[in-house]
Design a binder for this molecule. Structure first.
Ligand code: SF4
Length: 267
């Protein structure tokens, strides 16, 4: 399908009430985010479902790193057919049954077959699909080390960390600042584990988006004129078990999911 040629084409579709329910200050800012590929039309709760449907798949201007990630996902789907899923189960900390792997993602069971098809009882977010297949194809025998490092200290994180800060840590901090139930949701809905506070943070919580790719979220409340802060840490072995593209996608995908949960609580 054709691309949007400019952001006014997107803006014309919107309600123009600047209601902020999309977590952006104006409809114009939202149109710009859609044009850059950072938001989807469906992120505006006021937009008619017929309009969303008629523009579904209409491509937007993605940045080169995001385009790279799309191509990467297509390559992975081709590679999974060469994997012996039965013998891969142990390496992946997964179960093999009925010709498919069952992998725990955020406490939920996700099935993966030899063609890269994903099955689950829950709604599968598109941001989870590529990392799951990447994990099946590329995860090594390396066990989790228990040593936490920030995204920028991962080998491939040097290229991606600015974008990761903008697209993941900054908006997630905003969610934590404005929605006090965020960490309780992480514990209850996504099998999070509160851990001993790391790096003098006020809250330290571990999630497992994939069995061998845990992430530690540390949050510091605002205090004495200092702003709050939030940092995501990954296991030092993360890149042995998942590519940096997929680690980035997981972080940003989780953030978007939590933004949507917050939005539902406000309505
Ligand atoms: S939610 Fe929709 S109508 Fe409201 S500000 Fe965002 S784009 Fe505009």
């Amino acid at each position: 399908m054709a691309q949007f040629n400019n952001l006014m084409e997107i803006f014309k579709l919107l309600d123009k009430s600047n209601c902020k329910k999309c977590n952006l200050p104006t409809c114009m800012a939202f149109a710009a985010a859609v044009f850059k590929g950072q938001k989807q039309l469906s992120d505006c709760p006021l937009l008619d479902s017929e309009i969303i449907k008629s523009h579904e798949g209409q491509s937007t201007h993605k940045n080169p790193l995001e385009q790279q990630a799309d191509e990467f996902g297509a390559n992975l789907k081709r590679k999974i057919s060469a994997i012996d899923l039965a013998s891969a189960a142990q390496r992946l900390c997964a179960q093999f049954e009925d010709n498919k792997l069952t992998i725990k993602c955020l406490g939920k069971k996700i099935g993966v077959d030899g063609q890269g098809n994903i099955t689950t009882d829950i709604h599968v977010h598109s941001w989870l699909t590529t990392p799951v297949i990447d994990y099946v194809v590329n995860s090594s025998e390396t066990p989790v080390s228990g040593q936490w490092v920030p995204f920028r200290e991962l080998e491939g994180g040097k290229t991606w960390y600015r974008l990761f800060g903008q697209m993941c840590e900054k908006p997630l901090k905003k969610v934590a600042d404005n929605y006090t139930g965020l960490f309780a949701d992480m514990l209850e809905l996504f099998n999070g584990k509160q851990v001993e506070n790391h790096y003098d943070s006020d809250i330290s919580l571990v999630l497992h988006p994939l069995p061998k790719v845990p992430l530690l979220i540390c949050y510091w409340h605002p205090e004495d004129g200092l702003e709050s802060d939030l940092t995501l840490f990954f296991d030092s072995t993360a890149e042995d078990n998942l590519s940096i593209e997929s680690i980035y996608t997981l972080g940003v995908g989780l953030t978007i999911m939590f933004e949507k949960i917050t939005l539902r609580h406000r309505q």
